[in-house]
Design a protein around this ligand. Sequence first.
Ligand SMILES: [Zn+2]
Length: 328
Amino acid sequence: MNEGPTTEYAKRFGELRTDASRSRWSALTYHRAPHKPLLLLCVLDLFEQGSIRSNLLELTPDLGELFTRYWAKVMPPDRRGNLALPFFHLRSDGFWRLIPNPGKKDVLDSVTQIRSLFQLRDTVAGARLEEGLYKILHASEPRATLRAVLIETYFAPELWPALLEQSAVNHEAFRYSEELLQRNNAKIAETLIEEKTYRPAARDQGFRRAVVMAYVHRCAFCGIRVLTLDGHTAVEASHIVPWSLSYDDRPTNGIALCRMCHWAFDEGLIRISAGYEIVTSSQLTVVDNLLGYLMNLEGRGIFGPAQKLFWPDTESLRWHHKYVFRAR
Ligand SMILES: [Zn+2]
């Protein structure tokens, strides 16, 4: 049915203008910059999730996170990906039109490059796809065809399994997080495991997404919230009763915590009372520690989710108090 336009876009996806350099890019990406194909893989994922409801792709943390995950599959850890580059430069490939923010048309028309997400977000509202492309991306077959073109054209065969796996995990993780947020009160973890619908990597990623969203990226203990424009966040999703014991991925068995608070919670140096107040262990002070902000947390209320139904489950908190907390 969509054979005409899909074939056309398959051809155009196979002819992206990318930076080619043997010194900058390895044989794994055929000595070409991987930014554009990776960004387009993310776009396919967003359509797969049903997250694209109008023809304007915005610079959201979700997009940034997807880009970072794909980037990590193809590039060494010391090379940091920059989403601003492909988001800006895809405009030279014909099907990607940048839409300026109000009053920024002249700026956008005159610049030849934008290297930072800050500057990009200041200048553009997002990108609009050519209508024909926008239309076919709502169907799964064209998406699968274009995904294959991107992966097979721009990446060496040894990367294909990892990229395909990441696509599948992204999709499952999104569905899992939506289920967790919608069916919070059911015995969700058990039913979902029996269904065997989700692979472990998707569960991890989906639980994390659900919890971090419920807490809007804020640490429940110290309140820190740092979310970069490319979707990097200061918080992690912590299980109150570990997954290995509880098989419980409900958001109420999770808390969003920054790394330090997460560590202190898992170490039993901090707990949450039944009234959702923070209690610190006397073990924090027995040696000559520099407690930093942990010292100020005692007796303060937690920064909980806006929705009451996602606040930590009191049973789980009791378990943590009994088995993990260092009372003295
Ligand atoms: Zn914290």
